[in-house]
Design a protein around this ligand. Structure first.
Ligand code: CP
Ligand code: NVA
Length: 306
């Protein structure tokens, strides 16, 4: 079954094909010619955390593809509370053709997939956010065509978004540099997994942001405290203060460098208004591309189930 839990088992060619398909679907949409997926499919979304982009882009994508979607917050489902996680997975996967899960613990996605009778898509866990990486890579590909040899510098927390983007970049020959304060870099488990699944990847860490961005084609950041880390906010704000992406940091980068952020942004914290609203910022086309990338993903997932 075609689950989409991480990008680890994708190779560069399959990933490029998916992005090309996403671009074709984006153009078709602009011409008013969405290609429906047949037979009519239903997507279930079960979210333990809030969402704007992931939820709406998946639900809109299903409408464009001629299918339907059902959204359930965890308040309604009560994963592991009202009934066990395996029982929810076994039941809901008979009603829908795929499930998007947004969870606190990554293990919840893995366990759900183990018991589901339909494909499962990771719509963000505490460990990874592969759907975000697809939209990000699509945005970079639209900007620069072939991505091989480009450099993405992620300034901030070595979090779920950073991990998935690092893997996606590695698969496409993009150098990835993480610039994080001490204690917030990539964890050993991730680095071991990365080396195993992306043996040719170019992944480095440079704690000094001004040095890290010197060769950047893209400077990327995300919030300092992710969903579920709210009780660490005060400490994180202190630790990350020198890692703000502001005009002074952008001046250290090549003039052509673009700015990206998965959103939601905390303006004035990890990024200033002058950067996120500048001509170098790709954040809104990037957000829009979530839908196009996920359409190609849904098509790929449903193709196996014809
Ligand atoms: N970037 C992203 O996943 O946004 P949401 O949390 O709004 O879905
Ligand atoms: N790292 C953030 C990403 C939100 C899309 C979080 O997990 O809250």
């Amino acid at each position: 079954m075609r689950h989409f839990i991480d990008l680890l088992d994708w190779d560069g060619d399959s990933l490029r094909k998916l992005l090309d398909d996403a671009l074709r679907m984006k153009r078709a949409r602009r011409r008013g010619k969405d290609l429906p997926v047949k037979p009519r499919r239903v997507l279930g979304l079960i979210f333990e955390k809030p969402s704007l982009r992931t939820r709406v882009s998946f639900q809109a994508a299903m409408a464009h593809l001629g299918g339907a979607s059902v959204f359930l917050s965890n308040h309604e489902v009560g994963l592991g509370q009202r009934e066990s996680l395996p029982d929810v997975a076994r039941t809901v996967s008979q009603f829908v053709d795929a499930v998007v899960l947004r969870t606190f613990k990554h293990e919840t996605v893995v366990e759900f997939a183990a018991h589901a009778a339909c494909p499962v898509i990771n719509g963000l866990s505490d460990y990874s956010h592969p759907c975000q990486a697809l939209g990000d890579l699509l945005t970079m590909r639209e900007q620069s065509g072939d991505l091989a040899g480009k450099t993405v510098v992620f300034v901030g927390d070595g979090n779920n978004v950073a991990r998935s983007l690092a893997i996606g970049c590695g698969k496409l020959g993009v150098r990835f540099v993480l610039s994080a304060p001490k204690g917030y870099g990539f964890d050993d488990r991730f680095l071991r997994t990365y080396c195993e699944f992306v043996p040719d990847g170019d992944l480095t860490e440079e704690p000094a942001p001004a040095k890290a961005v010197k060769q950047a084609d893209v400077i990327y950041t995300d919030v300092w405290a992710s969903m579920g880390q709210e009780n660490e906010t005060k400490k994180r704000h202190r630790d990350f203060a020198p890692y703000q992406v502001n005009a002074a940091l952008m001046r250290q980068a090549p003039a052509h460098a673009k700015f990206m952020h998965c959103l939601p942004a905390h303006r004035g914290e990890e990024v200033t208004n002058e950067v996120i609203d500048s001509p170098a910022s790709l954040v809104f086309p990037q957000a829009g591309n979530r839908m196009h990338a996920q359409k190609a993903l849904l098509k790929w997932i449903f193709a196996e189930r014809q």
